[in-house]
Write a protein that binds this ligand. Structure first.
Ligand SMILES: Nc1ncnc2c1ncn2[C@@H]1O[C@H](COP(=O)(O)OP(=O)(O)OP(=O)(O)O)[C@@H](O)[C@H]1O
Ligand SMILES: CC(=O)N[C@H]1[C@@H]2OC[C@@H](O2)[C@@H](O)[C@@H]1O[C@H](C)C(=O)O
Length: 375
């Protein structure tokens, strides 16, 4: 039976809230419309400040941020309804990822924190909202991330072709999709995607990103800096593994830069671009026996220089956007959370234990009923 869903995603780049409207009919998913609401500057600053000084978080500020993000997510869903002349009761459910504030899978008592109160989303929109997707996987011993490999497996796997799907968001994560159905899909976060590139571009160009990677392409790679960064223990760690801005951040970057001689800013950008490309392709070479094709999604697909470096390092495999395979790269994650909401409501598991390391498959998330909810 065909049903309409909204998927909401606000990722580690903190650039905006993505919303997609899709129809799901058993195994068929169709994209109808999408929109992005930019993250308001004050909310972005608030999140970055909290992440930069986690020891001194004010509980009032934390609680209010949760509610304010819930309202922002609800409004973004309403933008999509207005833009498509759709009524709330035509939508079966919203799948909301939330905004990750802090992700600590490796602590002795692990936890992950996504803000954006789903009660507020359900109240603002009147639509049943499924959220809090990561914590059940963690409760079952998993990393709680990445979750999107299950969606990649469902829609981008191909018999007779070994594929890798790469998400280049603030962080980068890969799904290894072997051609042979007998082999498990694996995947993990490889480390920074765009986050360090954005931080360095903001500091030196006063721009939110290195548009099309042109600045990085103008510099020269500093081999010492690259080698030093690649010795970070995260890159050496065996999966399952996942990471975020609590690890790869301004402080990490400054520590790496301070450990060597001063470099031209463009050369640093070239080296940071190479760090993303190398950490992704080294991970693929280490963990996949074969890769015929890599499909790339996430905002980093627009960084042409990074895409060229990925192609060069992964040759003879082909590197291309998920667009070629029917899923626009900017909407993959939001679409995945619409799909995960559908799985939850149907009572199907959403995690892949072979990816997250959970002890068993689990139904992800919690349901916040909307006006026309029925169990
Ligand atoms: N034209 C462009 N040129 C270069 N980089 C771009 C361009 N457009 C977007 N980006 C990069 O993509 C990033 C946003 O990507 P995306 O929205 O996939 O990240 P996210 O979902 O926030 O992160 P994550 O997947 O880690 O949660 C921007 O911060 C920027 O670095
Ligand atoms: C904790 C968290 O929010 N992780 C994100 C982040 O952004 C990319 C990477 O790190 C991935 O692990 C995950 O997002 C996608 C949607 C995932 O779970 O597959």
């Amino acid at each position: 039976m065909q049903r309409f869903y909204i998927g909401l995603m606000s990722g580690t780049s903190l650039d905006g809230v993505d919303a997609v409207l899709v129809s799901i009919d058993d195994d068929l998913i169709q994209h109808i419309s999408a929109t992005t609401r930019p993250m308001p500057g004050e909310l972005r600053r608030e999140i970055l400040e909290m992440i930069a000084s986690p020891q001194t978080i004010d509980l009032d500020r934390l609680g209010m941020l949760d509610s304010r993000l819930g309202k922002l997510f609800g409004q973004t869903a309403l933008d999509l309804l207005t833009g498509t002349h759709t009524k709330p009761d035509e939508i079966h459910a919203i799948g909301s990822h939330g905004q990750t504030l802090w992700h600590r899978p490796a602590l002795p008592t692990s936890f992950t924190m996504q803000l954006g109160d789903p009660n507020v989303i359900a109240e603002v929109t009147g639509i049943t909202t499924v959220a809090d997707f990561r914590r059940r996987d963690m409760a079952a011993g998993g990393q709680g991330a990445p979750l999107v490999p299950a969606f990649h497996r469902a829609y981008l796997r191909q018999a007779h072709e070994a594929r890798v799907v790469l998400n280049l968001g603030g962080m980068a994560n890969i799904s290894l999709l072997p051609s042979d159905a007998d082999h498990d899909v694996t995947g993990f976060d490889t480390g920074p995607g765009n986050v360090l590139l954005d931080l360095h571009a903001l500091r030196h160009l006063d721009r939110p990103c290195d548009h099309a990677g042109e600045w990085g392409a103008s510099g020269h790679i500093d081999q010492n800096l690259l080698d030093r960064m690649l010795t970070d223990p995260y890159f050496m760690a065996q999966p399952p593994k996942s990471t975020g801005r609590e690890y790869f951040n301004e402080a990490w970057l400054q520590r790496q830069l301070a450990a060597g001689p001063e470099l031209a800013p463009a050369d640093i950008q070239a080296t940071l671009t190479e760090l993303t490309a190398r950490s992704v392709t080294d991970a693929i070479h280490a963990h996949s026996s074969k890769c015929d094709r890599m499909l790339v999604c996430g905002g980093g697909v627009h960084n042409k220089h990074l895409m060229r470096r990925l192609s060069a390092l992964l040759a003879p495999a082909t590197v291309e956007s998920t667009e070629t395979y029917g899923i626009a790269p900017d909407w993959v994650e939001a679409t995945a959370f619409a799909w995960l909401a559908d799985r939850t409501l149907k009572g199907f598991p959403g995690n892949l234990p072979s990816v997250t390391g959970a002890r068993h498959p689990v139904i992800l998330g919690a349901i916040y009923p909307g006006a026309s909810y029925s169990a």
